[in-house]
Design a binder for this molecule. Sequence first.
Ligand code: EPZ
Length: 418
Amino acid sequence: MDKIIIEGAHPLQGEVTIHGAKNAALPIMAASLLLDGELWLKNLPQLSDIKTMVKLLEHLGVEGDLEKGQARLLSKKSKAVEAPYDLVKTMRASVLVLGPLLARRGRAKVSLPGGCAIGERPIDQHLKGFEALGAKVTLEHGYVEVEAKALKGATYTFDVVSVTGTENLIMAASLAKGETILENAACEPEIVDLANLLIACGAKIKGAGTSTVVIEGVQSLQSTEYRIMPDRIEAGTFLIAGAALPGSQVLVKETSVKSLDHLLIKLKEAGAKLKIGEDSIQVTAPKKLKPVDISTAPYPGFATDLQAQWMALMCLAEGSSVIAENIFENRFMHVAELKRMGADIRLDGHTAFVRGVKKLSGAPVMATDLRASASLVIAALAAEGKTEIGRVYHLDRGYELLEKKFRSLGAKIKRVKG
Ligand code: EPZ
């Protein structure tokens, strides 16, 4: 397994361009199953999850050509409706084919994704939504099967705000008969990107990005070409890294500024200087970082996908901060690794109490999940001495060429093939 080796305490200087958003690309690729015709996508991030999604779609009868950051996806007539365990177990987002297959082929069978490092990750909200649209749901032998002769629009209120749950229901409802109203829907920008794609294909959707989404079912959806939005989590990761070490100044280009509002407020509170452009943000690290509490919440609250990165920053603040993780039940696995680097963190259930320390010291650490590994990179870049991060395949799921981008900012970072 590859390792990343970092020689820390070199301030970051320069600019990085943000790649397309993984969490917008995945539902949008699944939406190709809804179309009569081909879907041309641009600005796809070159990540392992994107390749896995193409493999899954090909298994379901989609002709997929993925070339660098572009893809052509042509959904052919096919009876295939099953997403097998060996694909789903590597990528939970495979559940996103449920809605399109149900709407287009009347049936879908997907291996239950099972839990992952950060939590149990149930999909009950997705399934209750499909039942509200008239589908029959059965669970057996580790698979979930949904079927319906025809989906009928309905009003459905999520008990729990769910990003992929909202995406699955929007996709299913776009070809249902009549009107569907989703209440307590997730508001993430990636959902707006999916809705914009579907509208470009002829769907009738109002309110995406708010907690009430209204979908008027249509007969069919046509081909289109679409450019994926920038990845706000990659952008946020670089902004936090650029605030961690005095003397750092990083310009993040081609990002959606609006989607980072909450993070920018917190970075300012921590003392970072920000210069906001049309689609760029420059961060200058403060001499002294101030401690700032965060509490993760659905968008527009503080993104759970930036919690681990923020914690790495707070380990270097002058004072104590409190970090509450309210979305996932086990998203503190980076804590043990940060403590190996000298961080002072105490956990109590879903809350981490962080006391800033003068410096972190490099150490051999282990990545456990995608965003935890980003947090270890940030800590290692600021730490004194050498850090070796193992199991970096986690990073490759969400960050394209991360070490190359950090090297271009002056970091002493390299990947060692393992
Ligand atoms: C999406 O996951 C993202 N993944 C996650 O990003 C992100 O962390 C998460 O949303 C929250 O923002 C993709 O978009 C592919 P949820 P998702 O359904 O949709 C509970 C990353 O690092 N829940 O919004 O799976 C669930 O257990 C990944 O890029 C139910 O109880 O998350 C969790 O506690 C990690 N029942 C909470 O809701 C359900 O049916 C939010 O989950 C669904 C969810």
